[in-house]
Design a binder for this molecule. Structure first.
Ligand code: KMH
Ligand code: ZN
Length: 287
């Protein structure tokens, strides 16, 4: 493992809304496309380079409607040059086709959870037929997967998808640690997962709840990347609700203190093998 100072710039992903947090838990959830656009601008300024997108209806309930994602995508693009990663996980209980439909909008990236997992008292279902279908759809639309790994067996599942010809390594892998029912958010578990990665993969970690900051700090020191945001954690500190941009700002500050440069979105694109945004003719905040 390389040491800090010797590593790539830090890619900060922000997951600002998710599907599980409800508006009565925090006033800071970006519910509307307009609010997602404003959040995109704020987290970009704070140091994020990827935004992980779920959508809500105006009343805060979950939706995976293509039209709502289109509005969100347009709003984010109008106000930032962030890498846009759509969720294909959606909310517990959403159907396969509903989860896949948003890929037709051709976001640069989309999440792919690499296996089923207990999720609190629920089950987040991601069987092989669903994973294969999502990957085929991503290939069809030229969307780069972000492999979400909630449990160690999910890496074995990703390898099986590679053997089936549906994935080519290296990929960008996102560990989600501390979901009740899945792998605990410990540094030991994170090290075990990193050791088990196929060669050349980039990786990021999202710690759930109180684990968000310690997992992010460990990843910064280990040369990995981080995900923060209200999807995973509502609090800045005990009893103090967070705004998304504050969570991004804090990990960027810690990274800088540790001598780690923060990736700009186009730097992150280069590291992930994505085309620069200018190539797509999309406006940047400065243009
Ligand atoms: N909402 C969770 C059940 C994803 O975005 O791909 C799943 C999730 C994963 O958030
Ligand atoms: Zn998500």
């Amino acid at each position: 493992m390389r040491t800090v100072g010797d590593v790539d710039p830090l890619i900060v992903t922000c997951a600002p809304v998710g599907a599980e947090v409800m508006p009565d838990q925090t006033p800071y959830l970006p519910i509307t496309p307009q609010a997602l656009g404003e959040t995109a601008a704020a987290i970009r300024t704070a140091g994020a380079s990827i935004v992980h997108v779920h959508c809500r209806n105006d009343d805060g309930s979950n939706t995976h409607a293509v039209e709502r994602f289109r509005e969100a995508y347009d709003a984010i693009r109008a106000q930032s040059d962030l890498i846009v990663q759509f969720s294909t996980g959606g909310a517990i209980g959403m159907g396969a086709q509903e989860r896949a439909a948003v890929l037709e909008l051709r976001p640069e990236m989309a999440s792919l959870t690499c296996g089923s997992v207990n999720f609190g008292d629920d089950i987040f279902e991601n069987g092989f037929p669903l994973m294969r279908m999502l990957l085929r759809r991503m290939h069809e639309y030229g969307v780069r997967p972000g492999l979400e790994i909630f449990d160690k067996g999910h890496l074995a599942n990703a390898r099986r998808l590679e053997r089936e010809g549906l994935l080519v390594f290296p990929q960008h892998v996102e560990f989600v640690l501390g979901v009740p029912g899945a792998l605990d958010a410990t540094v030991q578990n994170l090290c075990d997962l990193v050791d088990d990665l196929p060669a050349g993969c980039t990786w990021s970690v999202a710690g759930i709840g109180r684990a968000q900051l310690p997992m992010a700090t460990a990843a910064i020191a280990m040369g990995g990347h981080v995900r923060v945001g209200l999807e995973d954690n509502l609090y800045y500190s005990k009893g103090r609700l967070a705004r998304n941009e504050e969570l991004v700002e804090r990990v960027a500050r810690i990274a800088r203190e540790l001598g780690r440069h923060i990736a700009q979105p186009d730097e992150a694109r280069a590291m992930l093998g994505l085309s620069p945004i200018s190539a797509a003719g999309v406006p940047t905040p400065s243009s």
